[in-house]
Design a protein around this ligand. Structure first.
Ligand code: TEU
Length: 547
């Protein structure tokens, strides 16, 4: 499938391998499980799969702690199997994107093990951020930086002779030591890793924590209490040196005759800084988290959409539309809450949630995102309208975010629960009947109506909605990449989003609390809910063929 710039309008499906499908029967998803479900993914109608890290890993952070970037974890399969999966998917017209984790390695990675053994001042330690502690006996961390998962970003080591030793930096868990990107070997190694996967057929990479990597070598304390002053460099986010790194990555990607895409995970509040990463010689595209974080509110969404397009246009990069991923409260739950925007406080347990409302809005949001210009990302289970699982017993939760915050943050395992495929009870076909272990995270007992099999063929199911929408999207030249235009009605309707894609396609989303008339001279191509009396009810979206 040769299609230059395929990523510009692609629908990309995120596979969280550990929770997708378990063919081996050990309660953990695997590559054989994915291979077995390729027909499902082809039928769903996605253009590419993004696999969360499948490399060998102690799984201290679900695989984002990589011990060897060139090996598949034996829990998931083998490298030969990954290559087979990539080519089988391509036979079905589906491209593969692998997840590259450049900010840190696993503490089990050979480099870190060597650094621990080699001791202070060694060239092995120069690949990381080892520093003596502050305080009389070095008992205080080198600076006040915080880990994203709670607590200090520094952990003290014990030197080979048994004495308390230097500290090392980890922006995430202590099992994820940060690399020193000033070190030339680090750059070389990552360019080699890119080639390794591009040579094996990967059509792109998703770059983890792409705005981190580079640190201020002076390692100054950071003022967490005042908003970061605009224009001033941050000690560890969005540093200018990153652009040079991504320029060399782009050169690697562009050296292939078949197009290879660089997709950044960039959590950056400043849209202009964000756009700099999308200049023609840097990343091809990056996740748009402002859309995901936007509350279910017409005015707010209109602003996010308009700003997103305005930010991408000058660099001629396609926008992306993301509603969910493996780090975020699931859509049906999020949209069923008073505060429907994503923020970290929203992740507390016990917030009153109306799942019926949340699911209705998630359906409307699906049609909205699939109609917007650019590429769109789906996270496994989103097409089944799975809710967040909020009652995982504490001793089953694995996410370090939960454990390192002492449970004040519920963590992210609630959106990582194994997929229910069929059947009436756990494991719902996630594992074979002959399985020797239960799924690695417990599945709710009331998920029988949400299984893929239960939704298959049901005209009202979320699965059917996604299948239909992706089919229309594929066949409709005005969808995907290209221009859009807001539609104004005779009477202003601030709580209705209406826009045109091309001369004969329109999308209308009603975010008000009352039904609104449908535009004249239009036929309904697809609706996310019933349209009684030809009007559009609240929290409903339609796709229209206009004349
Ligand atoms: O996430 C990057 C990141 O900044 C997260 O901490 C994010 O802010 C948080 O999860 C939102 O809830 C990436 C991966 O997506 C995440 O799963 C990893 O834990 C993290 O990098 C470290 O590799």
């Amino acid at each position: 499938v040769h299609e230059p710039q395929w990523w510009r309008g692609a629908a990309i499906y995120q596979v969280y391998v550990r929770s997708f499908a378990d063919a081996g029967g050990d309660g953990v998803g695997d590559l054989a499980g994915v291979r077995g479900r390729l027909p499902y993914l082809a039928d769903l109608g996605v253009d590419a799969l993004w696999f969360t890290p499948w490399y060998s890993s102690p799984l201290a952070d679900g695989g984002y702690d990589v011990a060897d970037y060139r090996e598949i974890d034996p829990m998931f399969g083998t490298l030969a199997e990954a290559e087979k999966l990539i080519s089988e998917a391509l036979d079905l017209g589906i491209r593969t994107i692998v997840d590259i984790v450049p900010n840190h390695v696993s503490s089990a990675h050979v480099w870190f093990q060597q650094a621990l053994e080699a001791g202070p001042g060694s060239p092995e330690r120069a690949r990381f951020w080892f520093r003596p502690g502050r305080g009389e006996h070095g008992e205080l961390a080198p600076n006040n930086w915080r880990s994203q998962f709670g607590g200090s970003a520094w952990t003290r080591t014990t030197e080979p002779d048994g004495t308390p030793g230097e500290w090392y930096l980890h922006r995430f868990a202590p099992e994820q030591p940060d690399l020193n990107w000033e070190h030339p070997e680090i750059r070389q190694e990552h360019e080699d890793i890119l080639r390794f996967w591009f040579d094996r057929g990967a059509a792109g990479v998703r770059i983890d924590s792409a705005a981190e990597l580079v640190k201020d070598p002076a390692l100054p304390d950071y003022d967490y209490d005042t908003p970061h002053p605009a224009g001033e460099p941050h000690p560890y986010v969005d540093r200018d040196e990153l652009h040079d790194i991504y320029r060399s990555w782009r050169a690697v990607a562009d050296s292939y005759p078949q197009p290879r895409a660089l997709i950044g995970e960039l959590w950056l509040p400043d849209p202009l800084r964000f756009a700099q990463y999308l200049r023609p010689d840097e990343l091809h595209t990056a996740f748009n988290f402002s859309f995901l974080a936007c509350p279910w509110d017409a005015e707010a969404l209109r602003a996010v959409i308009t700003n997103t397009l305005a930010v991408h246009a000058p660099v001629d990069a396609p926008a992306t539309w993301v509603l969910a991923n493996h780090d975020i409260t699931r859509t049906a739950t999020r949209y069923g809450r008073q505060n429907t925007g994503f923020d970290f406080a929203d992740k507390a347990h016990g917030i009153p949630t109306d799942l019926v409302l949340g699911t209705r809005r998630a359906r409307a949001a699906a049609l909205l995102s699939l109609a917007l210009p650019g590429s769109v990302y789906l996270y496994q289970g989103e097409e089944l309208a799975l809710p967040e699982v909020e009652d995982i017993p504490a001793d089953r939760i694995e996410d370090p975010m939960y454990h390192r915050t002492g449970g004040t943050d519920p963590g992210r395992d609630g959106c990582r629960v194994p997929i229910p495929w069929d059947g009436e009870a756990p494991p719902y076909g996630f594992s074979p009947a002959t399985a020797v272990s239960e799924p690695w995270l417990p599945q709710p007992l009331d998920w029988a109506p949400l299984t893929a099999a239960a939704q298959d063929g049901d005209p009202d199911s979320m699965l059917t909605l996604y299948r239909r929408a992706l089919r229309v999207r594929r066949n409709e030249p005005a969808l995907g990449d290209g221009p859009m235009e807001w539609l104004e009605s005779a009477e202003p309707q601030p709580e209705v989003l209406a826009f045109r894609r091309g001369p004969h396609f329109a999308c209308v989303v009603n975010l008000s609390d009352h039904a609104v008339p449908l535009p004249e001279h239009s036929d309904v191509l697809l609706a996310c809910g019933p349209l009684p009396d030809g009007v559009l009810p609240p929290d409903t979206a339609v796709w229209l063929r206009t004349t």
